[in-house]
Design a protein around this ligand. Structure first.
Ligand SMILES: O=C(O)c1cc(C(=O)O)c2c(n1)C(=O)C(=O)c1cc(C(=O)O)[nH]c1-2
Length: 249
């Protein structure tokens, strides 16, 4: 079927459009990731990344709770609640958040310092807060579409495991357990999310809005790494942000 200016794109064409957004804009293309995965980050650059990315990790289950609070369909809530469980886990074993703090410990940081959120850069806060607000305020379909950056995450997680194991002494199966677990968690989430968006974006307007949501989300991720580079690679640490030596175990 030929796409027209007004009718919806075919399912395949719309999926290809979403995937092209990732190919062009996902943060696997950011120079900070090449530096991190290639073994060129200093220990303090790795620590700054672990501290700042805590902001993202800690807000993911909050944005998923904000999402679920708006969903009237029990089937959609049932499918979505796994995401919160993946990150929070049970009281005894914990989940992704506890695995992130194991990474913090492995790079020499005090996990309580990291979990306190002290030292996070303002730009990181602004970017992540914008994502939580987007999911809270925008149409549910756009909120699901924004989560579809996870289509592209397994590749970057696999590259990260390989690169960190090859180049950094702190890297082992315990410190990298967060990423290893995401390799199986993310594909399940995204298979559901992608099918949901392809099925429910049944007008050109909804497809355009979903594509715009995915672009917004790539910006949320990219902006965090721009801030990290400016602060810790180029040495322009913002007032109040983590200074090397603080928060060590
Ligand atoms: O390491 C990464 O590059 C990366 C990216 C993303 C993403 O694409 O948003 C997520 C994650 N990791 C991740 O671990 C995760 O749990 C996650 C949840 C979500 C989301 O939007 O719901 N994205 C991501």
């Amino acid at each position: 079927m030929k796409d027209t200016d007004h009718g919806p794109q075919s399912r395949d064409a719309f999926e290809a459009r979403l995937r092209a957004i990732g190919a062009e804009r996902y943060h696997d293309r950011h120079p900070f990731h090449a530096r991190l995965h290639g073994g060129h980050c200093t220990p303090d650059e790795v620590r700054a990344w672990v501290i700042n990315r805590w902001m993202y990790q800690s807000r993911i289950p909050m944005k998923d709770a904000a999402f679920m609070s708006r969903v009237e369909d029990p089937d959609l809530r049932r499918a979505w609640r796994k995401r919160i469980e993946d990150h929070d886990g049970g009281a005894t074993e914990g989940g992704g958040l506890r695995r992130w703090l194991a990474l913090a410990r492995a790079v020499g940081l005090d996990p309580d310092y990291v979990a306190s959120g002290a030292g996070i850069m303002p730009a990181t806060r602004f970017a992540v807060d914008a994502y939580v607000r987007f999911v809270r305020d925008m149409p549910l379909l756009d909120a699901v579409a924004a989560s579809l950056t996870e289509l592209f995450a397994p590749k970057i997680h696999a590259e990260r495991i390989e690169g960190l194991l090859a180049h950094y002494d702190f890297a082992d199966e315990t410190s990298l357990a967060y990423f290893r677990k995401r390799l199986t968690e993310a594909p399940e989430d995204v298979a559901f999310g992608l099918n949901h968006v392809l099925t429910h974006a049944d007008t050109r307007e909804k497809q355009d809005a979903a594509a715009a949501a995915l672009i917004f989300k790539t910006d949320v991720l990219w902006a965090q790494l721009d801030a990290l580079w400016h602060g810790y690679v180029e040495g322009n640490i913002p007032p109040g942000a983590w200074q090397p030596g603080q928060g060590m175990a």
